[in-house]
Design a protein around this ligand. Structure first.
Ligand SMILES: [Zn+2]
Ligand SMILES: [Zn+2]
Length: 318
């Protein structure tokens, strides 16, 4: 399924089977998770994607000619030599290339990957169940780590990433406060099933102060809202790659050593840590499967907030 230009729906096309360069693996795709980032690329909200482009950066597949199952994440390549890479921050690499953005991704039957940038996957997960771990899980995990030792964690937006983070946070003995779109009773019930201690609309104040808040919804107006819910010394983490403008807010919302920051991309060590932790929790992913040809439908359901958990393209059976 190919993106020819921003804002046009993806269309089915027959592409030549990709040829792996030295150091790359040819991978038969079994499943690929749909991420909100894919929607931002589709909508032209992120600059300079490769075009035409195959989207998709939560790829589960097997290496052609081997039985080995691999997972392919958003970070597809980093140079290993810039000041960020040399200080353990390859997620910020100046020359990083991202899967399904700079490189063709997993909305396809085959893809190639640099063998240094793919992961082994825990065996307890089916292909469909494993796909959401690769971005929703990873970015959520990195966001939670950056939130520090917060005991009371707020999650704004309860989609693909938050439904995983909530489970990890509970496993770590934290309390979880989930904010959904006002009136999203289904989303709030889903959050309580996964262990949320409190749920409400994003227009509601939590019953007590939060030590951290992670914003998954791409809505800049939630930044002052989340800061207002925070105890002194707390952190607001913006987990998305794109957000609408943040409205002006009074300095007193930041005062008291409150911290506002973003999370960008992932490092390979995030992936290794999280993929080792997920089966111990154990994280259970909730997926809604779509055949590859229905990628546009999966994207639109995500846009409308109708997916419970993660939309995943089931490529193997397409
Ligand atoms: Zn993603
Ligand atoms: Zn670098």
């Amino acid at each position: 399924m190919v993106l020819e230009r921003a804002t046009a729906p993806l269309h089915g096309a027959v592409l030549p089977e990709p040829t792996p360069a030295p150091g790359q693996l040819l991978v038969r795709v079994h499943a690929c998770g749909v991420c909100r980032t894919d929607l931002h690329i589709l909508d032209g909200e992120l600059p300079h994607p490769k075009l035409p482009l195959v989207l998709g950066h939560q790829i589960v597949g097997t290496v052609v000619g081997e039985e080995r199952r691999v997972g392919i994440p958003w970070l597809g390549w980093a140079d290993g030599e810039c000041r960020f890479c040399r200080s353990g921050r390859e997620n910020l690499c100046d020359r990083a290339r991202f899967t399904g953005y700079d490189l063709d991704g997993g909305y396809a039957e085959y893809t190639v990957v640099d063998e240094r940038f793919c992961f082994a996957l825990p065996e307890d997960y089916s292909d469909l169940e494993a796909a959401p771990l690769l971005c929703a899980g990873l970015i959520g995990y990195r966001s939670l780590r950056i939130a520090g030792n917060a005991e009371r964690v707020g999650l704004y937006g309860f989609g693909s990433s938050a439904h995983i983070v909530a489970q990890v946070a509970r496993h770590e003995g934290r309390r979880v406060f989930v904010f959904t779109r006002p009136g999203d009773d289904e989303g709030q019930a889903f959050a309580r099933e996964l262990g949320a201690d409190w749920t409400g609309g994003s227009d509601e104040a939590p019953p007590e102060e939060l030590d951290a808040a992670i914003i998954f919804a791409p809505v800049g107006g939630l930044v002052p809202t989340a800061l207002r819910a925070l105890a002194k010394g707390g952190t607001v983490v913006c987990a998305g790659i794109h957000m609408t403008d943040i409205p002006a807010f009074p300095y007193e919302l930041l005062w008291g050593e409150r911290v506002l920051r973003s999370v960008a991309n992932l490092t390979r060590s995030d992936g290794e840590e999280f993929l080792a932790l997920a089966p111990q929790v154990p994280v259970r992913t909730s997926v809604e499967a779509f055949p590859l040809e229905q990628a546009n439908e999966g994207l639109e359901r995500l846009r409308r907030g109708e997916v419970r958990g993660t939309a995943v393209l089931d490529v193997a059976t397409s």
